[in-house]
Design a binder for this molecule. Structure first.
Ligand code: ATP
Length: 313
């Protein structure tokens, strides 16, 4: 078992009170698995990714455990997490393209970063990995500003995985890229797993179609909680949570014109996480909600690898 997250609760402190961004998330990730993490904006995807590697000053670990490869991660202790970052867990951040230091040429920056982690740069290995993602070697002697968005993205991917982390979190790594570059980045991520540069991966995205291509499993979140988790094909072809069904129905179809079929979103909006209501958080928007939904839904295992948090599943 690679990653076990149990009852994870992470809040943000605000002047109006605590925002319960993760409110009891539990899931597992097997060794070698790619997990696609999807859900509406604000449901807590980035918070989950960040809390596995670096909590910012406003985040508070309120409860729950994270165990990676049999070892509990000290997620609330920033200094202790230094031992783990890059080496065991690594993150490609949401705005990776602006993560590169603009004042350093890439070669110098990579050297500084590795030394700060107690490792020596291995140029041959670095170049091998750059070849794998189609980056020319001259890139090492350029400043970030001299690279295209897709090149910067791939360079950040190479740097984030240089120490062969067990778990890689890729947060919206394809959202600012054109479709063919998105595919190249997705292929590169799969290549990294095949080459053993990373073992398991959490791929955070809004793009269910792309996730379906690369993820083994898809986890759908809603308002700080798990809604459904299943093999990627099951989520796309036979979803059981009403939210997952509506999320898939809201996807545009290529070749269908607006005049022929209106593109429907999901009516309503998620509850505030400042003071979320009791019971199922989706019930105000759910077409099949009943009285029982006023209680928190149990997470039901419909199959060993298919979990749904819904009374009606
Ligand atoms: N620094 C912060 N202070 C207070 N609340 C925050 C902070 N960062 C995030 N939140 C809140 O926490 C919740 C989860 O946010 P998060 O960014 O994890 O969602 P997300 O699913 O990744 O969204 P997106 O897809 O838009 O990136 C949201 O309600 C958000 O408003």
């Amino acid at each position: 078992m690679s990653l076990q997250v149990s009852e994870l609760r992470v809040h943000y402190r605000t002047l109006r009170g605590d925002v319960r961004a993760l409110d009891g998330m539990s899931f597992e990730l097997k060794d070698g698995e790619i997990l696609g993490l999807v859900g509406e904006s604000g449901c807590g995807k980035s918070t989950l990714g960040k809390s596995l590697i670096r909590m910012d000053g406003r985040m508070r670990h309120v409860g729950g455990r994270v165990v990676l490869d049999g070892r509990e991660l000290p997620i609330s202790d920033d200094r202790a997490m230094n031992e783990v970052r890059f080496k065991e867990v690594s993150l490609i951040p949401q705005y990776a393209m602006s993560a590169l230091n603009p004042t350093r040429k890439i070669r110098k920056m990579v050297g500084e970063l590795l030394r700060s982690r107690g490792a020596e740069p291995d140029t041959a290995e670095l170049e091998r990995r750059m070849d794998q993602v189609g980056l020319p070697r001259e890139v090492l002697d350029r400043y970030p500003i001299e690279l295209s968005g897709g090149m910067k993205q791939r360079m950040v991917m190479v740097i984030s995985t240089l120490l062969d982390p067990s778990l890689l979190i890729a947060d919206e790594v394809t959202s600012a890229l054109d479709v063919s570059t998105q595919k190249a980045v997705a292929r590169a991520l799969l290549g990294f797993r095949e080459s053993g540069y990373v073992r398991s991966m959490i791929f955070v995205t809004h793009d269910i179609a792309l996730t379906h291509h690369i993820a083994d499993t898809i986890m759908v979140m809603y308002a700080g909680r798990l809604a459904e988790k299943a093999p990627a094909d099951v989520i796309v072809k036979a979803p059981r949570h009403p939210y997952t069904k509506l999320l898939l129905d809201a996807l545009p179809e290529v070749g269908v014109r607006y005049a022929e079929r209106r593109l429907e979103g999901i009516a309503g909006s998620p509850p505030s996480l400042l003071n979320p209501p009791a019971g199922c958080r989706f019930r105000d928007r759910c077409p099949v909600a009943g009285d029982e939904c006023a209680e928190d839904p149990p997470v039901v295992a419909l199959a060993p690898d298919h979990h749904v948090a819904c009374w009606k599943a």
